[in-house]
Write a new protein. Structure first.
Length: 93
Protein backbone atom coordinates (compact mmCIF):
# COMPACT_ATOMS: atom_id res chain seq x y z
CA UNK A 1 0.00 0.00 0.00
CA UNK A 2 2.44 2.60 -1.11
CA UNK A 3 1.44 5.95 -2.49
CA UNK A 4 3.49 8.63 -4.18
CA UNK A 5 2.74 11.06 -1.31
CA UNK A 6 3.48 9.65 2.11
CA UNK A 7 1.61 10.88 5.16
CA UNK A 8 3.40 13.77 6.93
CA UNK A 9 5.96 14.40 4.20
CA UNK A 10 6.73 18.09 3.52
CA UNK A 11 6.42 19.58 0.06
CA UNK A 12 7.41 23.09 -1.00
CA UNK A 13 4.38 24.96 -2.19
CA UNK A 14 4.32 28.57 -3.42
CA UNK A 15 2.63 29.59 -0.16
CA UNK A 16 5.33 27.86 1.93
CA UNK A 17 8.05 29.65 -0.05
CA UNK A 18 6.41 33.07 0.44
CA UNK A 19 5.95 32.38 4.17
CA UNK A 20 9.60 31.36 4.54
CA UNK A 21 10.82 34.51 2.80
CA UNK A 22 8.50 36.72 4.90
CA UNK A 23 9.68 35.13 8.17
CA UNK A 24 13.30 35.51 7.10
CA UNK A 25 12.79 39.23 6.35
CA UNK A 26 10.94 39.83 9.63
CA UNK A 27 13.73 38.11 11.56
CA UNK A 28 16.30 40.35 9.86
CA UNK A 29 14.34 43.50 10.69
CA UNK A 30 13.88 42.35 14.30
CA UNK A 31 17.62 41.72 14.62
CA UNK A 32 18.45 45.19 13.31
CA UNK A 33 15.99 46.99 15.60
CA UNK A 34 16.91 44.86 18.64
CA UNK A 35 20.59 45.59 18.11
CA UNK A 36 19.84 49.30 17.69
CA UNK A 37 17.88 49.40 20.95
CA UNK A 38 20.70 47.72 22.89
CA UNK A 39 23.35 49.91 21.23
CA UNK A 40 21.48 53.16 21.86
CA UNK A 41 20.93 52.27 25.53
CA UNK A 42 24.56 51.29 26.13
CA UNK A 43 26.48 53.64 23.84
CA UNK A 44 24.15 56.60 23.50
CA UNK A 45 23.32 58.77 20.53
CA UNK A 46 25.27 61.81 19.38
CA UNK A 47 22.96 64.79 19.06
CA UNK A 48 24.06 68.20 17.80
CA UNK A 49 23.96 70.78 20.57
CA UNK A 50 21.69 73.79 20.10
CA UNK A 51 24.03 76.22 21.89
CA UNK A 52 27.74 76.29 21.14
CA UNK A 53 28.50 78.41 24.26
CA UNK A 54 27.55 75.69 26.75
CA UNK A 55 30.65 74.67 28.78
CA UNK A 56 29.17 71.34 29.89
CA UNK A 57 29.05 70.04 26.34
CA UNK A 58 32.04 68.03 25.23
CA UNK A 59 33.35 68.98 21.82
CA UNK A 60 35.24 66.92 19.33
CA UNK A 61 38.82 68.15 19.14
CA UNK A 62 40.51 67.61 15.79
CA UNK A 63 43.92 65.95 15.77
CA UNK A 64 45.25 68.60 13.40
CA UNK A 65 45.24 72.02 15.08
CA UNK A 66 45.27 73.81 11.71
CA UNK A 67 41.63 72.82 11.13
CA UNK A 68 39.22 75.76 11.05
CA UNK A 69 37.48 75.85 14.42
CA UNK A 70 34.61 78.04 13.17
CA UNK A 71 33.07 75.00 11.49
CA UNK A 72 33.45 72.82 14.59
CA UNK A 73 30.14 71.62 16.02
CA UNK A 74 29.43 70.48 19.56
CA UNK A 75 27.50 67.36 20.42
CA UNK A 76 25.65 65.96 23.41
CA UNK A 77 25.61 62.25 24.12
CA UNK A 78 22.04 61.23 24.87
CA UNK A 79 21.58 57.79 26.37
CA UNK A 80 18.30 55.96 26.12
CA UNK A 81 16.67 54.49 29.26
CA UNK A 82 17.74 51.06 30.54
CA UNK A 83 14.54 49.45 29.34
CA UNK A 84 15.59 50.08 25.73
CA UNK A 85 18.34 47.51 26.27
CA UNK A 86 15.83 45.14 27.87
CA UNK A 87 13.40 45.44 24.97
CA UNK A 88 16.24 45.09 22.47
CA UNK A 89 17.51 41.92 24.12
CA UNK A 90 14.02 40.38 24.02
CA UNK A 91 13.68 41.28 20.34
CA UNK A 92 17.08 39.74 19.61
CA UNK A 93 16.19 36.50 21.37
Amino acid sequence: MSSSKEEGEFYWTPLAIVQSIAIFCLAGIAEIFGGYFVWSAVKGLRVESSSADDDSVSTNTPADESVDRASEKSYNIVKKPWWYALIGSFVLV
